[in-house]
Design a protein around this ligand. Structure first.
Ligand code: 13P
Length: 266
């Protein structure tokens, strides 16, 4: 399982470094990488990536960026490109987050372009998808998520799939304290893994991790990690405190309620 902390637009540099070292010590007890099926990542704001990345060296914790531009370079003032992120030690980038879709105008076409740019730069991706409250109330959640996934992922190569992680984040659960029920999350994860991904995956390629995101907390991690098809979590608010994120990572560790990597597509 994969536990990722999305710090969004929070913290000073000093606070970010403090939190990163807290996360490293929390997860060092859990064992990462070759020793474990648990993967952990943190996504600090752009200005802190290099310093946090230096601190993470050798820890097994992945350095993740919150976004990238679709172009590699040029007159795109204030943006950050995928090769720039790679050059400061980033391993993976989040694309299609609902806050980018809502406030940054990222539509499915731009999300696809960013995903391709990240993969071309040698980065992995976390593709976020999810429906609004209005869409769920109209019973359109599977259609909305299916459209987002097809737009971003159709035609990826076997190598590109190996670098792709999906995060299902229902918009109505983000920052609201309202978590999808085990039934709601289970239904969507089953639909993604059982119906949508088989259409898109080349023959013989395993389904990628499908993370759940939206008000994940220490209090609900064990229930969420136990849901069929949940391959980890993308955590906002509760990742801003080391103990809280450490507890969430523990819930994703083998024996901690989560399933192993091998079982993620079963
Ligand atoms: P919260 O965990 O604060 O609801 O945020 C979820 C999210 O958007 C993670 O990407």
């Amino acid at each position: 399982m994969f536990a990722v902390g999305n710090w969004k637009m929070n913290l000073t540099l000093e606070e970010a470094l403090g939190l990163a070292s807290g996360v490293v010590s929390q997860v060092s007890e859990l064992g990462l990488g070759a020793e474990s099926t648990l993967q952990v990542g943190i996504a600090p704001p752009f200005p802190y990536l290099h310093a946090v990345g230096t601190l993470l060296e050798g820890s097994g914790v992945e350095l993740v960026a919150q976004d990238c531009h679709a172009e590699t370079k040029g007159a795109f003032m204030s943006w950050v490109s995928a090769p720039m992120l790679r050059s400061v030690g980033v391993r993976r980038v989040i694309v299609g987050h609902s806050e980018r879709r809502k406030h940054g105008g990222d539509d499915d076409t731009r999300v696809r372009a960013k995903l391709e740019a990240a993969l071309a730069a040698g980065l992995g991706v976390i593709l976020c998808v999810g429906e609004s409250l209005e869409e769920r109330e109209a019973g359109r959640q599977a259609e909305v998520v299916g459209t987002q996934l097809r737009a971003a992922l159709t035609g990826l190569s076997v190598e590109q799939w190996a670098e792709t992680v999906i995060a299902y984040e229902p918009l109505w659960a983000i920052g609201t304290g309202k978590t999808a029920s085990p039934e709601q999350a289970g239904e969507m994860h089953t639909q993604i893994i059982g119906q949508i991904l088989p259409e898109l995956l080349p023959a013989g390629v395993d389904a990628p991790f499908v993370l759940y995101g939206g008000s994940v907390k220490p209090a609900n991690i064990d229930a969420l990690a136990a849901i069929d098809g949940v391959g980890g979590v993308l955590v906002g608010g509760a990742s801003l405190e080391a103990n809280s994120f450490g507890r969430i990572a523990q819930g994703c560790a083998p024996g901690g309620g989560g399933v192993s990597n091998d079982a993620r597509s079963e």
